[in-house]
Each structure stands twice: as structure tokens, then as C-alpha cells.
Design a protein around this ligand. Structure first.
Ligand code: URA
Length: 433
């Protein structure tokens, strides 16, 4: 088989065989096929696309290129959730305990990464003592005992994707829907869950800005799941403003725990319940999505979901006093209020700008060696659709910097106030099964 023939075939809009797809993924992973040939092929795929069957084969080939996590020692049907990423997304800290409270195991492997705020692991580490490093045996024992554990990602998962993603990044071929879908799903499938629920964000603060693109990506990913025998459901949810009211690390944990203790922050609570209801239904814990939603809502109110989170924190060495009494979580030295300059209604809150403002305060990493400051971040006091009067507080900046002018400027730029009444945003646009 020759790489040049594969490139030509795809360039001419033909369907590649499984052998051809496996050939170029294996060859590229082993450095036997050069970057320039893969670049040409990626560009051909960018223009000609892939059929659902080619996309599934590509995904499986990328899974097979490295290690896969074996969760078979965990009892029950394992579900996982993946979010395409957004600002203020602390859903995992609510969904995980909710799913566990219904007896469904959640073996979560997460990363740190770069971003506006820390990743899942960093946020959890804002709880003093919380340890994400454990042996595989300990991880499995914790999931079997408490139905939930969160560990740092280990192992060389989908190395072909790592290499290809880096190549796509510098050859203008990231934005090809089947390639994005295969990339995301290969990492999820290598993590070993039986079923997957995807939270595909849409809007100004999301990777996919338009609803049309988000739907296309969600459909591609659900099709991959279906073709590879994994139950997959995708929810398309709003990211035209940050999710919930808190953006940072400790303050995001605080907001999540408040919901686990029964508080109703509308968008965050509703999205978490929806995701958890789909996950537990896929796992077979309930007869219907409606039954699942009702029971999980009860578990927020009767304390069972909070108890699951408490078990997680305790089992992983975290200081439970900090979640029993949330005032004990890290806080910043200063709190600056940014106020509205005119009367009106909030019509836009650019999530990206809020995220950047949080990063300027030290809530996220710009380079991988940066230290996260757990206590800093941004608390929104107004969301889209809210009425404001000049002088009312829009956000509070939790800062260790005495005069965070850059963050204040960014936050002011993020907010748009209009004279006309504004409807709150739709939270969930679509569910794709
Ligand atoms: N995120 C991924 O993991 N892969 C892509 O290709 C794009 C975004």
C-alpha cells in the first residue's frame, strides 16, 4: 500500500477502506509516514469529508494506537461524560455525585491542561489535601465502594490523535467536523466507559460558535458511538454566557457544593440534572429518563448527592470541613465590585472575556508551569435577561492583586446592557441520541 495512492483517492472524493485508514494511522504513529503526506491527506479530508463508516474506523484506529483503560474490574455499567469546554463549567462536580447517588459507577479520569481556569483536577485540589494520584487498584476499590473516584489521566491514550491534532493545528485542518469528532471520541473511548454522554457547548464562549456546527459535531460523535457499539447521547447546551455564577477554582467548587446541598442556581442545576438523567438511564438504573430526572432531583434535596461528594472528598484525602463549611475554602485577599454604568437589561456576557479576566487574576494557566491561585476568580451577580440600574454590581473580582485593572477592563468589555427587555437564553437546544 502506498500513502500517495490514499491521498489521491481521498482527494478525488472516494471512500477509503478500513485497511487504508489503519495503514496511515499505524504508519504515522510509528513515524513511518512523514508529516507532509499526512498534511496533504488531512487537507483532502477537510474538503472531501469522511463517511460515518470511515469516521468510525479512523476513531477506532486512533484508539488502537495506544493504551486503553480497562475498567472491567469495576462492577456495573460505567458511564462517562465529556464536555467540549466552556467558562464556569463545574458540571462534573454535580453530575458525578448525582450519578453515584443512583448507584451508577463513575470512574473519572481528568486532566489539568491550559485554560481560563484550572481543569477538573485543579478545581478539586482547591480542597485542602485532595489527592488525585492513586494506584489503579485504589482507584477501582474506591469506585466499587463509593461509586465515584477522580484520578489524573495516566497512560498513553490515543497517541495518534495527539500527533495528528498537533499537525492539524499548524496546517489549518482542525475545523473539519469528522476529524474533531474522531479526535474527541478516540480519547473518550480509550478511557474505557460503556456509555458516553456528551455536553456539546454552543455559542460565543464555546469551541463551536454556531448551533448548526454544534449540531453537526454532536451528530458525528453520536454516530461514532453507535458505529463502535457504545451508547452515546449528546446534549447541545448554551455557552453564550458563563455557566452558573462563579468562574475560578475554589469558588466553582463552592457553587457546585451549594447545588449538591439543594440550592437552585437555575442553569447549572438543570443542565447537571439533564446530563445525569441521561447517564443513569443509559446505565439502566432507571426505566425512563423522566424517572431518572425525578429521582436525581430528590437526591439533591434529600442530601444523597452531597453525601456522594463528601465520600469522594474523604476517600481521596480532602478536608471535608471545607465542604461542610464552605467559608473554609480558599478565598482571595481583595474583592472588587464592577458596577453597571447605565440602566437597562443584560443582553450579552461574553464568556471568553470573563474567562480571560479570571486568568489574568491567576485562576488559570497560560503556560503549563504556571501555578494556579485557587482563591481568585470572578463572581457574576447579573446574567443575561436580568434588569440592572446604574451603580448596581455586575461582578465581584476575587483578587490577590491590589489593583487588577486588566481584569476590570476585560469584565466591563464582556457585559452589554441594552435598553430593551431581553429574554434569558435557552439552556438546552437539543438532545441527539
Ligand atoms: N478538541 C479535540 O480534542 N480535538 C479536536 O480535534 C478539536 C478539539
Amino acid at each position: 500500500m502506498r500513502m500517495v495512492d490514499i491521498i489521491q483517492k481521498k482527494r478525488n472524493g472516494k471512500e477509503l477502506t478500513d485497511e487504508e485508514i489503519n495503514f496511515f494511522i499505524n504508519g504515522y504513529t510509528k513515524d513511518e509516514i512523514p508529516d507532509y503526506q499526512l498534511s496533504a491527506l488531512m487537507m483532502a479530508i477537510y474538503f472531501q469529508g469522511l463517511t460515518p463508516s470511515e469516521t468510525a474506523t479512523l476513531t477506532q484506529a486512533m484508539v488502537n494506537s495506544g493504551e486503553t483503560i480497562d475498567l472491567s474490574a469495576i462492577e456495573g455499567h460505567k458511564v462517562d461524560k465529556h464536555s467540549t469546554g466552556g467558562v464556569g463549567d463545574k458540571v462534573t462536580f454535580i453530575v458525578g455525585p448525582l450519578v453515584a447517588s443512583a448507584g451508577v459507577p463513575l470512574a473519572k479520569m481528568s486532566g489539568r491542561g491550559l485554560g481560563h481556569t484550572g481543569g477538573t483536577l485543579d478545581k478539586l485540589e482547591s480542597i485542602e489535601g485532595f489527592n488525585i494520584e492513586m494506584t489503579k487498584e485504589q482507584f477501582i476499590e474506591n469506585v466499587n465502594t463509593f461509586k465515584i473516584a477522580v484520578a489524573g489521566q495516566t497512560g498513553n491514550l490515543a497517541p495518534a490523535d495527539k500527533k495528528l491534532y498537533a499537525l492539524r493545528d499548524v496546517t489549518a485542518t482542525v475545523d473539519a467536523m469528522p476529524l474533531i469528532a474522531a479526535s474527541v471520541m478516540s480519547k473518550k473511548l480509550a478511557s474505557g466507559a460503556d456509555s458516553i454522554v456528551l455536553d456539546v457547548k454552543t455559542g460565543s464562549g464555546a469551541f463551536m460558535k454556531s448551533l448548526e456546527d454544534s449540531e453537526a459535531l454532536a451528530t458525528e460523535m453520536v454516530n461514532i458511538g453507535k458505529n463502535l457499539g457504545k451508547n452515546t447521547v449528546a446534549i447541545i447546551s448554551d455557552m453564550n454566557q458563563p455557566l452558573g455564577f462563579e468562574v475560578g477554582n475554589a469558588n466553582e467548587i463552592k457553587e457546585a457544593v451549594e447545588i449538591l446541598k439543594g440550592k437552585n442556581v437555575n442553569d447549572l442545576r438543570k443542565l447537571s440534572l439533564e446530563l445525569a438523567a441521561h447517564m443513569t438511564t443509559l446505565a439502566g438504573a432507571f426505566n425512563s429518563y423522566e424517572d431518572a430526572y425525578k429521582q436525581l432531583e430528590e437526591n439533591l434535596e434529600n442530601g444523597k448527592a452531597f453525601e456522594s461528594f463528601r465520600n469522594l472528598v474523604k476517600a481521596q484525602g480532602g478536608n471535608v470541613d471545607m465542604i461542610d463549611d464552605l467559608t473554609k475554602l480558599p478565598d482571595s485577599k481583595h474583592h472588587f465590585e464592577v458596577k453597571a454604568e447605565t440602566d437597562g437589561y443584560i443582553s450579552e456576557i461574553d464568556a471568553e472575556s470573563i474567562g480571560i479576566a479570571a486568568m489574568y487574576l491567576g485562576a488559570g494557566r497560560a503556560t503549563k508551569d504556571d501555578q494556579i491561585n485557587y482563591g481568585v476568580g470572578i463572581s457574576l451577580k447579573k446574567k443575561i435577561g436580568d434588569q440592572v440600574q446604574a451603580g448596581e454590581t455586575l461582578v465581584v473580582l476575587n483578587s490577590d492583586i491590589e489593583n487588577p485593572t486588566d481584569s476590570i477592563k476585560k469584565v466591563k468589555e464582556a457585559y452589554t446592557i441594552s435598553n430593551d427587555k431581553v429574554q434569558p437564553n435557552t439552556l438546552i437546544y437539543k438532545v441527539i441520541k
